[in-house]
Design a protein around this ligand. Structure first.
Ligand SMILES: Cc1ncc(COP(=O)(O)O)c(C=O)c1O
Length: 377
């Protein structure tokens, strides 16, 4: 996780303040692992996970396509060398003028999850391809994306029928099984739902051709996760089970699984204290917290591995908090984090697995703290 290249960079450059270092070699390895695990699927990297230009350029060179959430992300992918036909506007919530701008930029693939969005696309992006997102329950995911996105499969049928009636290309169905998904059967359930939509519409003469299987592929935090090929195998089996030998085109949109383990945050211990003399839980305040980029510690959902130079020493429970004057800026309290008893103010710590969903979550100047700096090496 903290690769030798990252450790060498930190030792030689000694960057001040909290910062993220991303090792591009790890991103390249992850891309190749996804290609190998799901050779029939097109890879659309989820730009939101980490839009650093160096990452986008590397992936564009390697042949990746891109899942984008906004016009700004579309422009970043284009600037990185992707052509418009390799970009999907995958957010189900879009302003009509942003759809029009994307269309002007050449984008022809859009996500929807309701007839209202279909109507916007029919007006602003005539003839475009649309795929309809179906709801998933997010069970088994550490960062579920359920409820806000997607509709029930029976409604997806209405949405895609409506799209076809407005001259759009009703292209397929998408889902997202929830981020950091470690239950392999989640894809099986979602593919079962996708197949229902395919079958119902086929009965009406509307032939869908694509399933967008979203992201959800996990990265390693404190626990080992199955390798990409294990996911590939489970997904291939589920596709065969539901679609027989008429397997549609498929897309995957890995974000966390592409860049999570490529990044390490260097941080510093600002304060260690207790709330009472007889308190046996120490409070450890770092120079980074929820507002500095570690927003996914919300509800203690994502638990990052933390390395210190004293890891050989005896450990004790700590509440881990960030540096701001906001009482929400506490990362781990319900499940205290074991850290060395010898940990001292001024020590540096490395927070691993932080390549995804960190820089872009960091506040611009909350409490006067700079946004999280990043170095891509
Ligand atoms: C539409 C879409 N695709 C892909 C992703 C990436 O998911 P993950 O980081 O779990 O791979 C997300 C994450 O929010 C998403 O919203």
């Amino acid at each position: 996780m903290a690769t030798q290249r990252v450790l060498d960079f930190l030792a030689s450059r000694r960057p001040a303040g909290p910062c993220l270092i991303v090792d591009l070699d790890v991103v390249a390895e992850n891309f190749r692992a996804f290609e190998k695990a799901l050779p029939q699927s097109k890879i659309y990297y989820a730009v939101k996970a980490n839009p650093a230009p160096e990452i986008l350029r590397l992936l564009a060179r390697m042949g990746s396509s891109f899942d984008t959430a906004s016009v700004a992300e579309i422009e970043m992918a284009l600037d990185a060398g992707a052509t418009a036909e390799r970009i999907s506007f995958g957010n189900t919530i879009k302003k009509e003028r942003d759809i029009a701008r994307a269309y002007e930029l050449g984008i022809r693939l859009f996500a929807v999850d309701c007839v209202e969005e279909v109507e916007k696309i029919a007006r602003a992006a005539p003839g475009a391809q649309v795929f309809c997102r179906v709801l998933t329950d997010g069970e088994g995911a550490e960062w579920p994306l359920s409820r806000k996105f997607g509709c029930v499969p029976t409604m997806a049928v209405d949405v895609l029928r409506h799209a076809a009636s407005l001259g759009l290309d009703a292209y397929g169905v998408s889902f997202h099984v929830g981020s950091q998904q470690t239950d392999l059967s989640a894809w099986d359930r979602a593919l079962g739902d996708a197949k229902k939509v395919f079958s119902t519409l086929a009965g009406e003469g509307i032939v869908l051709r694509m399933v967008n299987m979203g992201g959800g592929f996990p990265t390693r935090y404190l626990r080992d996760v199955p390798a990409a090929e294990v996911y590939g195998q489970a997904i291939f089996e589920a596709l065969s089970k539901h679609f027989g030998n008429v397997i549609p085109e498929t897309i995957i949109e890995p974000g966390r699984g592409m860049v999570g383990n490529a990044g390490v945050i260097k941080s510093e211990v600002v304060l260690i204290s207790r709330k009472a003399d007889n308190d046996n839980v120490r409070w450890v305040y770092l120079d980074i917290g929820k507002f500095g980029g570690l927003a996914e510690t919300m509800d203690e959902a994502i638990r990052y591995p933390i390395l210190t130079e004293r890891d050989g020493d005896e450990k004790g429970a700590c509440v881990l908090a960030g540096p701001t004057c906001d009482s929400a800026d506490v990362m781990y309290e319900k499940s205290p984090y074991p850290l060395p008893l010898s940990l001292t103010i001024g020590d540096e710590v490395l927070i691993e697995g932080t390549g995804a969903y960190t820089t872009t979550y960091s506040a611009v100047a909350f409490n006067g703290f700079e946004p999280l700096r990043s170095y891509v090496i």
